[in-house]
Design a protein around this ligand. Structure first.
Ligand code: NOJ
Ligand code: CA
Length: 704
């Protein structure tokens, strides 16, 4: 590698000696290594002869990132790019256990090597510090802009961080876009990414791929020698989202921050830091799904009593509007005639509450209760909705009383159509109304272009908006689920009331566009869900709605059993049963799985998984011995011998299996299923067959 004398952290680790290096020899040296606790991952930081900061990452002695750049361009100031010298390096090891308020596991262990490197730019005297954590399954690093008592403001014109990979990896990608993540994934070698040239099925009008070679994170890749990598970020606070520019020739990836209308990236002050830049590393694809580095790099919640944020399932007045049989817009005054029947009337909400109470659902959502929908999306206009005034056929106090009597929680709906300043103006009154009516949470939405004009969904201004909303709602004891918001970065650890986001192409696309290809849900856990839970809204029963093309296109591209299995394979503490009540009432057999499946877990076992092909997951219900299994496939049929050795040895379980019938097929026989029940134990193996576009859901109830 290099001929300079090196101080090897490996020796420090092996002897358990942790140190602060503010030493002369360090100044002379050009590089420094930090190893993961098991020595599998190595992070190398170095200064070039010009004083540029470079880093490399190795795993299993193979180079994964070679000489990545670090630094920034500042507006109107000398760049933080070269001429640095080391001031000090502090190293330590971390080994701590912590419990998420809700999650895929009850307890997590954060174990890593940590270092803080202080750099000084000799010519300007400016400091730039780097904090780095090396885990057995990845790396996170972030920059600090130390203040030394001053709080000068400055503007980031560009972040220079690059991720030069060492091969033409196969990548699962969606095009860079400052305003949406709602795309189907492409799989190509990095050298073949042509983001803007792809034909993307439309449906919403604010897509704007950034460039031919910009993609979004999490960007998940397979190296030619079979290693798995995913680049994302953690704890995105007061900073724009990071997308990645691909250099198709050199196979480099470079941070591309979402700009504001002036082209600036971030407005910061000395004392601030960036989000973590994260590289997840796995020998097997399935290991990526239990990688918890992104959570470890986030902070605990400031508020310790989070007991009022209760995970659960919800029903909604929702799918009928997406299918186009009902409208969000209600009458302006009583008796107004409408082109379509209004969805969220008092009557339909009471019926939904009854159904929720009878079937054990915690929450009910009604979209289209409030005035404003009649204006359409209103282009880029300033004011679109009222968040306090209901349509005349919606009796809010009556609905609230009814829900209270039935023990069902209500979820408010705040669609903004992007008019965010107006939403913020109305927010205090909107939250007061929710409190007065006893609502438990709110679903927000940001369809359309953002006001203030020039801001983007994933820029710094909006990132701050989402977070402020998570804070305001937490203070008022409301949970939050946000649609069209920036994709998550593990902040649900710090804000356990922020149950989930959409920030990807959800089930709704199947109602009004070419839909989601059968492989879509097998890719999501390896990409978008690495950052946090998704409100995918599963549970749509693919009852025949037409024939030929219309049957194939305008409904979910799965079998019925796959819709059930998604409750296990796509993690969220808040899961919707998105379908129509009539479909649930007429199919009580499969609906039983949706009634039973919990949304909070003590442990998660990924039995096997491959993005684009299949995901097989088992999870144990929180505080219980019961297990649930979800297995999904892409457009291909598959067989799998499901070994039940994750069950407690010696214990008997009643296994109820919701399986695709032998002739099931997502296109031709999506509703063909078979439900069987048998007693099993940990020694049993179940032979599972998944239909094309199919799935299998199993509940395993522990006997006393
Ligand atoms: C898009 C959201 O993803 C969807 O769930 C919602 O129904 C519509 N916007 C209307 O707010
Ligand atoms: Ca959406």
């Amino acid at each position: 590698m290099m001929s300079f004398p090196a101080i090897s952290f490996r020796i420090c680790l092996l002897t358990g000696f942790l140190a602060s290096f503010a030493l002369e020899p360090l100044r002379a040296s050009r590089f420094f290594n930090l190893f993961s606790p098991d020595l599998f991952v190595q992070f190398n930081i170095q200064l070039t002869a010009e004083g540029e900061i470079r880093y490399s990452v190795y795993a299993d002695k193979k180079t994964l990132i070679k000489q990545g750049k670090m630094g920034f361009h500042l507006l109107g100031q000398a760049p933080l790019e070269k001429g640095f010298r080391w001031l000090s390096i502090d190293t330590s090891s971390v080994d701590e256990r912590w419990e998420p308020h809700w999650g895929e596991e009850r307890q997590l262990r954060k174990r890593c090597s940590r270092m803080v490197v202080q750099f000084e730019q000799t010519a300007t005297g400016k400091r730039l510090d780097l904090e780095c954590m090396v885990f057995n399954d990845g790396v996170g690093f972030r920059y600090h802009f130390p203040s030394s008592g001053r709080h000068e403001a400055f503007i980031l014109a560009d972040e220079l961080t690059s991720f030069p990979v060492t091969g033409d990896h196969d990548a699962f990608w969606i095009p860079g876009d400052y305003d949406t993540n709602e795309y189907a994934y492409a799989l190509t070698p990095l050298s073949k990414v042509h983001a803007a040239k792809e034909v993307w099925p439309h449906g919403i009008g604010f897509r704007s791929p950034v460039s031919d070679s910009t993609v979004q994170t999490p960007l998940t890749m397979r190296t030619p020698d079979g290693m798995w990598l995913s680049i994302h970020e953690a704890a995105l606070v007061n900073y724009p989202a990071m997308q990645l520019d691909i250099d198709r020739k050199e196979l480099g990836l470079k941070a591309h921050l979402v700009p504001d209308g002036l082209g600036n990236k971030a407005y910061l002050r000395l004392g601030d830091h960036t989000p973590w830049r994260v590289l997840l590393i796995a020998r097997r694809a399935s290991e990526l799904l239990t990688n918890r580095i992104i959570l470890h790099l986030n902070e605990d919640p400031p508020e310790t009593d989070c007991s009022w944020f209760k995970p659960g399932k919800y029903l909604g007045i929702w799918w009928e509007m997406h299918l186009g049989t009902h409208s969000w817009a209600g009458p302006r005054s009583e008796g107004d005639s409408l082109a379509l029947p209004h969805g969220a009337t008092t009557g339909s909400m009471l019926r939904l509450i009854d159904f929720a109470a009878a079937n054990g659902f915690s929450y009910v959502l009604a979209e289209g209760w409030n005035r404003g929908w009649e204006h359409g999306d209103g282009g880029w206009s300033e004011r679109k909705f009222s968040f306090t005034e209901a349509y005349p056929d919606v009796d809010l106090p009556r609905i609230s009383e009814y829900a209270k009597d039935k023990g069902v929680g209500l979820m408010m709906h705040h669609e903004t159509y992007g008019a965010v300043t107006d939403y913020e103006r109305q927010l205090p009154a909107a939250l007061d109304l929710m409190e007065k009516l006893g609502y438990k949470g709110v679903k927000t939405g940001y369809v359309g272009r953002i006001v203030p004009r020039g801001e983007h969904h994933d820029g710094q201004w909006m990132v701050n908006h989402y977070l402020h909303l998570a804070q305001f709602t937490a203070l008022r004891k409301f949970f939050l689920v946000s649609h069209e918001s920036v994709r998550p970065t593990g902040l649900h650890r710090s804000y356990p009331n922020w149950f989930s986001c959409e920030a990807a192409r959800g089930n709704e696309f199947n109602a009004w566009s070419a839909g989601n290809p059968p492989e879509h849900e097998t890719i999501l856990p390896f990409t978008r869900l690495l950052g946090g839970p998704m409100d995918y809204t599963p549970g749509i029963f693919p009852v025949a709605a037409g024939s030929g093309d219309s049957l194939a296109l305008r409904r979910v591209h799965t079998t019925l059993c796959k819709q059930l299995a998604l409750y296990v394979t796509l993690y969220s503490p808040l899961q919707m049963a998105g379908g129509k009540l009539e479909d649930y009432e007429s199919h009580p057999g499969p609906f039983q799985f949706i009634r039973d499946v919990p949304t909070d877990w003590d442990s998660t076992v990924v039995l096997d998984a491959m993005p684009g092909d299949f995901v097989y997951t088992a999870r144990r219900k929180r505080g219980s011995g019961d297990w649930y299994v979800g297995m999904i496939t892409d457009e291909l049929a598959r067989k799998y011998p499901l070994r039940l050795d994750f069950l407690e040895p010696g214990r008997k379980y009643v296994a109820r299996m919701y399986a695709d019938a032998p002739d099931a097929h997502w296109q031709t026989r999506p509703m063909a299923y078979k439900i069987t029940e048998q007693t099993v134990d940990a020694r049993d193996v179940l032979n599972i067959r998944l239909a094309p576009g199919g799935g299998c859901a199993i509940s395993l109830k522990a006997e006393e």
